[in-house]
Design a protein around this ligand. Structure first.
Ligand SMILES: Cc1ncc(C[n+]2csc(CCOP(=O)(O)OP(=O)(O)O)c2C)c(N)n1
Ligand SMILES: [Mg+2]
Length: 652
């Protein structure tokens, strides 16, 4: 009977058909008519999810996992999004999606968040997805909006974020191919290298299935972005389609590594004199930090991490020897005498010629990201699978083999590691003895230190602060402070990410640290923070410069003409100085400029008070420029020279 009700509500059987089928099932005509009248009444109840605009109706409590739906392509899109578990649509004005917007009006479970620029809008969606591990969709106007979202699709691809993006093709199916307004050929192929799945639906009846493919692809580990599109007339067209619940197309990729490889890995770890553990983002995603801590403690292994998005190990733990500064295992300060490395969940991004783990070191690799495994590093033991399950298995394999001799060896190693980490912590704490500590404008390290003193014990720090080094926060992904780093590197993500993170985690303090240059690529989500009352504290490290690129440029041409003349053409953002507090106020966010350490403390207190009222706050902190060749008033090209370059220009 449930199935019949579903079919009737989805209008795939008529009233007559419904009554006939009920009769065949042994229900009396009077009883069947009673059911019908209550169904008709519930389909018109304004409080329930009623889909009057499409003429179809269904109740979320009674909908079967696979059902037929009839309505406009836009309504099918909305229905399938809800069946995928989507609660938020991050969108920018897309007139051709009128029927989709129409379908949203009576579907209050699908919330549309208008983002005034596609880049920060997509960053906000990605931030929400990363912090909640829940699905969402980004949509924008055809090819024109897509171009702005692509930077964040790139970030999602690098960061393995399951970001699903849709935009219509402005060209309708009956006039496509004429190079019309906003038309580009093969629109879906523009993002192909950045996505796991990219497809154009070939008809309105294929919209729902294309949506499912996109979500399945994006959310099947290793995660990544997906893109979907179709001709805009399909969104208007009436069609009949299947809507399928996410639980019925999810591939449940929680797979365990090969058991015989687990045994090999256990034996190699026990045979090693100085094994090193490399951690990575798959641990955070699998919520397996406590397990990785247990493994490290069992073996007394030093733990490090190469560039990742999250912090995946408690930084205050005595076995944490710090991030590998140059992205290779060889760049860690200590230990140097390791004879085995095990990677658990790190993407191991190779940005240099040498393998990140030298060839003469035994290497065990555990992660779901099979594509990046065995690519550059020679791998003794590949452990493909979910790192949470893999850690369970590895720990279970090692535990019974830990005899008294091995336990003593592990304990001695742990003591040795601790000797190093205790000393390293003392050195980092010495940061406050910097002779420039009280400098105004502030040194970046002072800003970071003050914010670390101020931040809540479980604050989330979104870091897009250019070349600023993170320290003093003691990140701890198990109930402590969390880090969201800009791994992808397409700038302009920080403010949007912070807004999305706050939407996902309203009970945690969210602090966005952002460089002035990075901020200028995407401040727009400040408006979303103001409108939605997402009380994020944004702190701009304003050195009026692209400090990092400046230093890297100098390093690339150390004895060139730039150094000789002091003419650095591409890195000074002052003259006139930009006021980030005014920009924030323009978006409806309270803000102030901070010039010295005392003002910073007072401003942070005001920021906190504001966030307790539900209002976001921004501090534009004036920070010194550091690096070779900077002066108080850096050279800029003269206006006269620039304008003179055009003198005598004639149109041919
Ligand atoms: C969209 C985008 N454009 C350009 C770059 C190149 N880039 C890398 S760092 C940087 C400047 C960052 O400046 P800021 O945030 O002020 O940090 P600072 O270097 O001053 O510490 C630029 C432009 C980029 N990564 N992304
Ligand atoms: Mg800067």
């Amino acid at each position: 009977m449930r199935e019949l009700v579903g079919q009737y509500l989805a209008q795939t059987i008529s009233r007559r058909g419904f009554l006939d089928n009920m009769k065949a099932a042994g229900v009396t005509l009077a009883a069947a008519e009673g059911v019908l009248s209550s169904l008709n009444a519930s389909a018109q109840t304004p409080s329930g999810p009623t889909f009057a605009s499409t003429g179809a109706a269904a109740s979320s409590t009674s909908v079967p996992a696979v059902r037929t739906f009839q309505g406009t392509g836009g309504a099918c899109f909305a229905e399938q999004l809800m069946a995928c578990g989507v609660k938020y649509v991050f969108g920018n004005s897309a007139s051709e999606d009128a029927q989709f917007y129409d379908a949203l009006v009576d579907r209050p479970k699908l919330n549309y968040i208008l983002t005034p620029h596609e880049g920060p809008g997509a960053a906000m969606a990605a931030g929400y997805i990363k912090a909640s591990q829940q699905p969402a969709i980004v949509m924008q106007a055809g090819s024109v909006g897509l171009m702005n979202a692509m930077g964040q699709i790139f970030n999602a691809s690098k960061e393995q974020t399951p970001l699903v993006v849709y935009s219509y093709r402005t060209d309708q199916s009956k006039r496509a191919g004429r190079d019309g307004f906003e038309e580009i050929a093969n629109q879906e192929q523009v993002v192909q290298p950045l996505t796991k799945y990219s497809w154009m639906a070939r008809g309105s009846s294929m919209i729902a299935e294309t949506v499912r493919h996109a979500f399945k692809s994006a959310w099947t580990p290793p995660h990544g972005p997906a893109y979907l599109t179709w001709h805009s007339d399909y969104t208007e067209e009436k069609t009949r389609t299947e809507i399928i619940d996410q639980s019925h197309f999810d591939t449940r990729m929680r797979v365990r590594p090969n058991p015989s490889e687990i045994e090999k890995a256990a034996q190699l770890l026990l045979d090693a004199k100085m094994p090193v553990l490399i951690v990575g983002d798959e641990i955070y995603k699998a919520k397996a930090v406590d397990k990785v801590v247990k493994l490290a403690e069992m073996l007394g292994m030093p733990v490090t991490q190469m560039r990742q998005m999250w912090s995946n190990f408690p930084e205050a733990h005595p076995l944490w020897v710090g991030n590998a500064p140059a992205g290779t295992l060889a760049s860690i300060t200590w230990p140097k005498n390791y004879d085995l490395a095990i990677n658990i969940g790190n993407k191991m991004q190779h940005s240099g010629v040498a393998p990140m783990v030298a060839r003469n070191i035994k290497f065990i690799d555990m992660r779901m990201d099979y594509q990046n495994m065995g690519k550059v590093m020679s791998t003794d033991v590949p452990l493909v699978g979910d790192v949470g399950l893999g850690l369970d298995d590895l720990i279970a394999a090692i535990e019974p083999l830990m005899n008294a001799r091995l336990k003593t060896a592990a304990a001695q190693r742990a003591t040795e590691v601790r000797r190093y980490t205790d000393n390293a912590r003392r050195l980092v704490a010495g940061i406050v003895n910097n002779p420039e500590w009280n400098h105004a404008p502030l040194i970046a390290d002072r800003v970071t230190w003050e914010v670390a003193q101020f931040a809540d014990a479980n604050a989330i720090v979104v870091h897009e602060a250019g070349s600023v080094a993170m320290h003093s926060f003691q990140f701890n992904p198990v109930g402590g402070r969390e880090l969201f780093y800009y791994y992808g590197g397409h700038l302009g993500s920080g403010v949007g990410t912070a807004a999305g993170v706050k939407l996902a985690r309203p009970s945690q303090q969210v602090i966005c640290l952002v460089g002035d240059g990075s901020f200028l690529f995407g401040p727009h989500a400040l408006w979303n923070m103001a409108r939605l009352e997402l009380p994020v504290i944004t702190i701009v490290y304003n050195n009026h410069a692209y400090g990092g690129p400046h230093s890297r440029t100098v390093a690339n041409a150390p004895s060139g003409r730039m150094i000789e003349t002091g003419h650095f053409v591409g890195s000074y953002l002052g003259s006139p100085d930009m006021n980030m507090a005014s920009i924030a106020q323009g978006f409806g966010v309270r803000a102030e400029v901070v010039k010295n350490p005392l003002e910073l403390r007072q401003a942070l207190a005001r920021a906190k008070a504001s966030t307790l009222e539900g209002k976001p706050y921004l501090l534009d902190v004036q920070v010194v420029r550091r690096g070779v060749g900077w002066t108080d008033e850096p050279w800029i090209p003269s206006n006269a020279t620039i304008k003179a370059a055009n003198n005598g220009a004639k149109l041919a």
